[in-house]
Ligand binder design. Structure first.
Ligand SMILES: [Fe+2]
Ligand SMILES: [Fe+2]
Length: 385
């Protein structure tokens, strides 16, 4: 029998695959360069479902009729084939404004000229870093959301842009043998604290609505809620910065979990569930070997899935083995998971979420839950998604 925690899959409903629209639609990666296909699969694979196409001579253009999230292609694709692809997409209602990334050796290449006529395209030139590729695709996919960011309070804009850049640069930093420096994280999360202290953090959370990129938006949401809760119960100064930074990095290991497991629109089997749970040890490994973050951040990262009755993971800690910080992180992580829209479930209302959390007496600290409910209801009179 498979096991899943309420936090991960609270309600499975039987929507058909197509109903999920572009949340699980694939990114088509087209190139006859095997090396680039491998890099692309690895780079985009933790954020999106990716289908690699290496040989266009056997490609069935009618497959461009299915809902797609984006196309990434390079200049090994002939001009003729690129035009055929654009033509097929243009004739399809679902894909006619599809984001397209063209990877080229030079900005003024033939590919750039052809894609110049496509409304939603961007050219990225060599050398390709992971950050450059992910940022390029993410800005196309999040165009509307990021347009909204231009109109929000300056402090919230700084929080969004800073945390997004920081979050996306971490995998590159690690791949290049570098370290994730705590002072960098602190600096980028300072606007979150300011936003909370200025009383405008509700706008910060609203700015995440519709953002394409689950791990980032979940981590930022956790960071804001954790810091807000800390501020509410009187935590100050550097301790507040620990909460803000802890939220941002608490699920970094999810970037190493395959997209199909992280976004499966259904129940995970035992093997997939084991992979999903491994995000905690992956986060722990990244932070313990490649970062100077303080021990309290490690508590948030390593213990936010532990439960008071010992049924949590990764270590099945029980009762007093779970300190206050870990208890608070667990409450807010469950709240965030339940109120998130995911391919396997719709976002739950705040009211229903609190009702369910109230019933989780063996799992979460009910005293801290009461304080969290109080502070959340104080701050959010309207529904949050
Ligand atoms: Fe987690
Ligand atoms: Fe989480």
């Amino acid at each position: 029998m498979t096991q899943q925690s309420l936090a991960e899959v609270p309600e499975y409903n039987d929507k058909s695959l197509r109903d999920f629209g572009d949340s699980i639609a694939p990114v088509l990666l087209i190139s006859s360069n095997d090396k680039l296909l491998n890099v692309g699969m690895k780079t985009f694979g933790s954020h999106y479902k990716v289908m690699a196409i290496g040989r266009l001579n056997s490609f069935n253009y009618s497959s461009l009729d299915m809902p797609l999230k984006a196309i990434v292609l390079d200049d090994t694709v002939s001009q003729n084939d690129t035009i055929k692809i654009l033509h097929a997409l243009g004739n399809n209602a679902y894909n006619k404004n599809l984001p397209i990334i063209g990877l080229t050796s030079a900005i003024n290449s033939d590919l750039a000229a052809i894609l110049g006529d496509w409304d939603n395209a961007e050219i990225i030139s060599r050398p390709f870093s992971r950050k450059k590729l992910v940022n390029g695709l993410s800005s196309l996919l999040n165009k509307k959301v990021r347009d909204r960011w231009t109109k929000i309070d300056a402090v919230n804009k700084m929080a969004m842009e800073g945390c997004f850049t920081l979050f996306n640069s971490i995998p590159d930093t690690i791949a290049n043998g570098g370290n994730v420096i705590f002072s960098d994280i602190k600096e980028n999360t300072n606007p979150i604290i300011e936003s909370i202290q200025m009383g405008v953090s509700r706008e910060l959370l609203d700015s995440l609505v519709g953002f394409d990129g689950y791990t980032f938006s979940h981590c930022l949401k956790l960071s804001v809620l954790l810091t807000k809760f800390g501020d509410n119960i009187g935590i100050k100064g550097d301790d507040l910065k620990i909460l803000a930074a802890g939220g941002i990095v608490h699920d970094l290991g999810k970037l190493e979990i395959p997209f199909d497991v992280l976004n499966k629109p259904g129940k995970l089997d035992a093997e997939e569930w084991a992979i999903m749970k491994s995000h905690v040890t992956k986060t722990s490994h990244i932070l313990r070997t490649r970062s100077d973050v303080p021990e309290d951040i490690m508590v948030i990262a390593e213990k936010h899935h532990e439960k008071l009755d010992g049924t949590g993971y990764p270590n099945g800690l029980k009762g007093i083995q779970i300190n206050d910080l870990a208890r608070i992180a667990a409450i807010i992580d469950i709240f965030s998971a339940l109120t998130d829209d995911r391919p396997y479930k719709n976002a739950m209302s705040i009211e229903k979420t609190f009702k369910i959390m109230r019933s989780m007496t063996g799992h979460i600290d009910q005293h801290f839950l009461s304080l969290f409910i109080e502070s959340t209801l104080d701050n959010m009179s309207v529904e949050m998604h």
